[in-house]
Design a protein around this ligand. Structure first.
Ligand code: NJP
Length: 238
């Protein structure tokens, strides 16, 4: 039976490149993002590469929609083998003393709470897979304190702790949960964070996508760890 993966934040950037890489593996992809145009364009590219996808346009802050996702995947395919939780926002860069409550909450909701809700929704299926794999997108900002990066850094630091705890909770099952740290990558998010930077000096998302797909391998023996792409090595968070 065909394997199935959920990929969030697929409409552009790193997620878009991961979907194209995944297309070559034959795994069926459930592609999540808000921007329908981006998902449709990606769908064409995935097909051209011999893959297949189901598009699920949703706002990841819609918690009920995330709750329903697990049930609908169960109904339609009866299995789930991989989760790539890639959707994220930079949020506002500002001193903590000046961050607006709604901006703080939006960043926490997208980068942290939505990923917990997704994990909770998909966990029963992921555990049942003979080689379930969950990959969550983190950032160097999770471990390096930097002025004005408060909401983003705090959300990613908490995400890392969530994944470490989850990895312990599933340790007795075939499921493995890890984090991926991309480092600076040529995407819209990075351009927003570093407006003066020359994008051409940064790696293209397609350069790191194979490393993310490798983390779905049934042979993977890591759990609760971070694959750090800039150093091409595994490290323990925390
Ligand atoms: O970001 P970007 P990247 N509901 O902005 C989706 C981390 N990272 O590819 O909804 C649903 O190009 C959005 O879709 P849409 C970073 O923290 C990056 O650079 O259509 N989806 C889009 O597909 C993040 O976790 C760098 O707008 C939502 C995607 O997320 C991951 O890598 C460095 C959504 C964002 O695409 C991908 O980032 C680093 C919502 N409410 C970590 N909000 C870097 N680029 O340098 C957003 O250390 N999305």
């Amino acid at each position: 039976k065909n394997r199935v993966a959920v990929l969030t934040g697929a409409s552009r950037g790193i997620g878009y490149a991961v979907a194209k890489e995944l297309a070559k593996t034959g795994i069926h992809q459930v592609l999540v993002a808000r921007t329908v145009g981006g998902l449709e364009e990606l769908d064409d590219e995935v097909r051209a590469l011999g893959g297949s996808a189901t598009l699920v346009p949703l706002d990841i802050t819609d918690m009920q929609a995330l709750d329903r996702l697990g049930a609908s995947i169960h109904e339609r395919w009866g299995r789930l083998d991989a989760l790539i939780a890639n959707a994220g926002v930079l949020g506002v860069l500002a001193p903590l003393s000046q961050v607006k409550a709604k901006d703080w909450e939006q960043t926490m909701t997208v980068n942290l709470t939505a990923n917990w809700r997704l994990l909770r929704s998909l966990d029963p299926l992921l555990r049942k897979s003979d080689a379930g794999r969950a990959v969550f997108m983190t950032s160097g900002a999770a471990r390096r304190a930097k002025a004005y990066w408060g909401p983003y850094s705090v959300s990613k630091a908490a995400l890392e702790m969530m994944v470490r705890i989850y990895s312990q909770e599933v340790a007795m099952t075939p499921l493995r949960a890890n984090l991926f740290n991309p480092g600076p990558v040529r995407t819209a998010m990075r351009a927003k964070a570093m407006p003066g930077e020359d994008p051409q000096s940064l790696p293209h998302p397609s350069e790191l996508a194979p490393a993310i797909v490798d983390m779905l391998s049934p042979e993977l023996d890591r759990n609760g760890e971070v694959y750090d792409w800039p150093s091409r090595s595994w490290m323990s968070p925390g």
